[in-house]
Design a protein around this ligand. Structure first.
Ligand code: ADP
Ligand code: MG
Length: 454
């Protein structure tokens, strides 16, 4: 594995990457970044979790002229969650560049604020197809100055039926530009799209199958999916588990069944309001509940490092989706387990999966359950009705909890600060103490409304 300073990158960038814990390049970064910096169009195919965002992120950032506030790069992503993750990752990587503006344009929030931000200018725009097209229609966005276009998770965008919108957006960018296409898989549809929009692309591919050493893939035949799911959860006792269903209704049903059994579980799907989705994802990521039941669209691109078990309650309709799903676990070299339920009619799907993966078929009866007690999540989330606009920082909150209340720092988990609100993960052992303490003590000389989320 090569270090970032082995290719010709500015020292400040390399130092910042090192602060982020990025010392060596991932395989896709090593192969694709030099091509991108040589101004080639690039098709990059690599499994989820392989560091594609930083690949195009670094490629883009080094080509931005900060003095010019017209949009110079456009990144199109399939979902809001993914776009927001890409924006955050770019902001982290871009910390070494003074005054760079990266703007997130997705649905779920009003257009007014976005229009306002666009007027002030942004170097890089990250967005979802629908909202980008909206802005083009009302002329709040002009893409004539774009030099680099990125299609992230191109295969998903096609699956989600975005082809026409994407073509509409691309038609509004100049002919002369660099185009980068990123995808975990590369099927016929994606090839066709690529052919239409990239010019003499360099193709970079890194091994797309997951190594069986890192993700254990077990299959269980069952006609009683709910019972089998419960048994798997009792057997494996994951602290963090993502369950996939093929429909929104099914996610709700499965979550209800598990909730009744006493599991700490929530469901997420596209019918929830953006705010609800964000809160569910945040609480899952900070360890406040342990099981998330999701549709593919809702879970897409989620970057939560510590998912130890994936359950395919339904086998996906398409085989490539299977690769995406299990890619949510076993990240960054950690071991993960994926458990898939199937019935007699699924043998065709299993044959397809088997072609690219090393799978085991296991009798559910052969699994022992030694302990029926349900593993409780480590944390619970406290919500504070103050945020960035009140100039609250993570340090202020950590200070209020550790210094004023005398709680050890190890009991304080992730702190997510937004404009008007802050979410703090607190170990269950001390949640009541912290809750009462913060209610009765000001933070930075002000009293905030505080409540426990569940
Ligand atoms: P992909 O888009 O390929 O699914 P991401 O870009 O979301 O993958 O990256 C997956 C994770 O790996 C992220 O948490 C990211 O911060 C981390 N990561 C990316 N590049 C490196 C690197 N060179 N060293 C260490 N971690 C990295
Ligand atoms: Mg990605």
């Amino acid at each position: 594995m090569k270090k970032f300073n082995s290719i010709n990158l500015p020292q400040k960038l390399v130092e910042n990457l090192s602060l982020l814990g990025y010392e060596t390049m991932t395989e896709i970064q090593e192969k694709a970044i030099p091509e991108i910096l040589n101004s080639h169009d690039v098709i990059a195919q690599a499994k989820t979790g392989s560091g594609k965002t930083a690949t195009f992120g670094i490629g883009i950032l080094l080509q931005i002229d900060v003095k010019n506030f017209d949009p110079q790069a456009l990144i199109i992503c399939p979902t809001r969650e993914l776009a927001s993750q890409v924006t955050k990752e770019l902001q982290r990587i871009a910390r070494f560049i003074h005054n760079i503006k990266i703007l997130n344009l997705t649905g779920g929030v009003g257009k007014k604020g976005q229009i306002h931000s666009l007027r002030y200018g942004a170097h890089i725009i990250v967005g979802t197809p629908g909202r980008l097209a909206d802005h083009l229609r009302i002329k709040s966005l002009n893409l004539q100055t774009v030099k680099i276009l990125v299609l992230d998770e191109a295969d998903r965008m096609l699956d989600m039926g975005f082809i026409e919108v994407i073509e509409e957006i691309i038609a509004r960018t100049p002919n002369e530009k660099q185009t980068l296409l990123f995808s975990a898989t590369f099927d016929e549809k994606t090839k066709k799209l690529a052919k239409g929009i990239l010019k003499n692309p360099i193709e970079v591919k890194v091994d797309s199958s997951h190594s069986p050493k890192i993700i254990k893939q077990q299959f269980f035949q069952t006609s009683q999916k709910n019972d089998t799911t419960k048994k798997l959860l009792h057997h494996y006792r994951p602290s963090s588990c993502l369950i996939f269903c093929n429909t929104k209704i099914q996610t709700e049903k499965v979550a209800d069944v598990l909730y009744d059994e006493g599991f700490s579980v929530m469901a997420i799907h596209g019918d929830l309001e953006q705010k609800e989705r964000d809160e569910v994802l945040l609480q899952f990521a900070n360890g406040s509940f342990s099981i998330l039941v999701a549709t593919d669209v809702a879970a897409r691109g989620l970057d939560i490092d510590d998912i130890n078990v994936i359950i395919n309650y339904d086998l996906p309709r398409e085989k490539d989706v299977y690769t995406h799903r299990i890619g949510r676990t076993g990240r960054a070299g950690k071991e993960g387990i994926s458990l898939s339920l199937f019935n007699r009619n699924d043998s065709f799907k299993i044959d397809e999966i088997r072609k690219k993966n090393e799978i085991e078929i296991i009798e559910i009866d052969s699994l022992e359950v030694k302990n029926l007690e349900i593993l409780k999540p480590v944390n619970q989330t406290l919500c504070i009705d103050g945020g960035k606009k009140d100039k609250l920082s993570a340090g202020d909150i950590l200070g209020a909890i550790t210094k004023k209340l005398g709680i050890e720092g190890k009991y304080v988990g992730k702190i997510d600060i937004f404009r008007f609100k802050t979410y703090v993960a607190i170990n269950q052992k001390v949640i009541d103490e912290v809750y009462e303490g913060l209610k009765n003590n000001p933070i930075k000389a002000r009293n905030y409304r505080i409540w426990k989320m569940d």
